[in-house]
Design a protein around this ligand. Structure first.
Ligand code: F6R
Length: 360
């Protein structure tokens, strides 16, 4: 056997004064993202050597299929919006447990991306094998170095989040988002689907994310106070549109996973097709509204749930000054490029899930 040196240090697996690993790992998110970016952003250029693809090979990719489970699947959903939006390439996202059993049609030119923190999730590994059997090239976005998915994928792009001890993922999820942003920018550059100015602006926005997350984490007191009002809640809904829908799914999963409160996430435009009848007097609805072009639509969705008596906590960016007139409680995150809004919006949602659970 050839010895391999793993760079994780033992301190990373200690609580280091935090009450729980989950809290510690939430606080490690700025570093996890910065570490995922830093080896791949050189002098303002995105360089993903491990992808092993030149511009021509990237242009030959006709479709991307992202396969994963749980939160990694939610990161893949954000990946879809970002890759399609920036690189104009069609992207499908599939749950690994579905993909592996449905004899998927994978045409030539399809790149399959398997996303996994542990690199050991059985369904994701089986999906990887299925894709390889069908002749596709597989890229793994993996956190654990040398794990099964990392070893079996054709190429692996590591998320440098360090060991994640908490079962509820936070920093590995954030690092997965970071990996998708890098990929989307690299594909967009090769396909010339964005201008040089946009590329520059997007790369600058990426580099600001760790600092912006730090700022949100500093303000955790207001989220804790708000969470304490909802310890007895029985149902909590999350709504959002576009990329905000992907983050609604992750916010809802985080909450139900650790607090055991029933929660659902809905694409805001889909609410009226049945689900709205579940919203009663005082039901908490968390409304995500970070996307400028969808903002008026979200305002009307908030009005809809309020007519049914919902208490609405809106999460938006600091530019939207008028949200206070629509929602009952407003949490603001700094402004970033619309494609990267999920990285900031998820922080208050993780804190909310954590403090509700702690209180209960
Ligand atoms: C939720 C969570 C799970 C994992 C899922 C996939 O907080 O941690 O939903 O995201 O089990 O695990 P990995 O990424 O290890 O394949």
């Amino acid at each position: 056997k050839k010895p391999v040196h793993i760079v994780w240090d033992a301190d990373a697996a200690e609580k280091g004064g935090y009450e729980h690993f989950m809290l510690k790992e939430m606080y490690e998110q700025p570093k996890a993202i910065a570490d995922t970016f830093s080896p791949r952003i050189k002098d303002g250029q995105i360089v993903i050597e491990e992808l092993g693809m030149n511009d021509e090979e990237i242009r030959a990719v006709s479709k991307i299929v992202i396969v994963a489970c749980g939160s990694a699947y939610h990161a893949g959903m954000t990946g879809k919006y970002v890759l399609e939006g920036m690189a104009r390439i069609p992207v499908e996202v599939d749950l690994a447990s579905e993909f592996r059993y449905r004899d998927p049609i994978l045409a030539e030119g399809t790149l399959v991306i398997v996303v996994s923190q542990s690199g050991e999730t059985a369904d994701s590994l089986a999906a990887l094998r299925e894709a390889k059997k069908k002749g596709c090239k597989v890229l793994g976005i993996v956190n654990v170095v040398g794990s099964s998915i990392a070893r079996e994928a054709d190429k692996v792009m590591y998320t440098w989040a360090g060991p994640e001890i908490s079962v509820a993922t936070t920093k590995a999820y954030s690092a997965q988002l970071a990996a998708f942003y890098l990929l989307a920018l690299r594909f967009a550059e090769a396909k010339k689907s964005i201008s040089a100015e946009e590329y520059q602006e997007l790369t600058d926005s990426l580099l600001k994310l760790p600092q912006q997350i730090e700022e949100i984490l500093k303000d955790r007191g207001c989220i804790q106070r708000f969470a304490n009002r909802y310890l007895a809640a029985e149902h909590i809904f999350f709504i959002g549109r576009g990329i905000d829908y992907a983050i609604s799914l992750e916010g809802s999963l985080k909450l139900k996973e650790i607090s055991y409160i029933h929660s659902e996430a809905y694409a805001a435009g889909e609410l009226k097709h049945g689900t709205i009848s579940l919203i009663e007097d005082g039901t908490l609805v968390v409304a995500l509204a970070t996307q400028e072009q969808l903002y008026p639509k979200m305002v009307s969705n908030i009005a809809e749930v309020k007519t049914r008596g919902a208490f609405v906590m809106a999460l938006t960016n600091e530019n939207n000054k008028d949200m206070e007139q629509t929602a009952d409680y407003v949490i603001k995150v700094p402004k970033t490029n619309r494609f990267f809004a999920n990285s900031l919006a998820i922080i208050p949602l993780q804190l909310f899930a954590y403090y509700v659970s702690l209180g209960r």
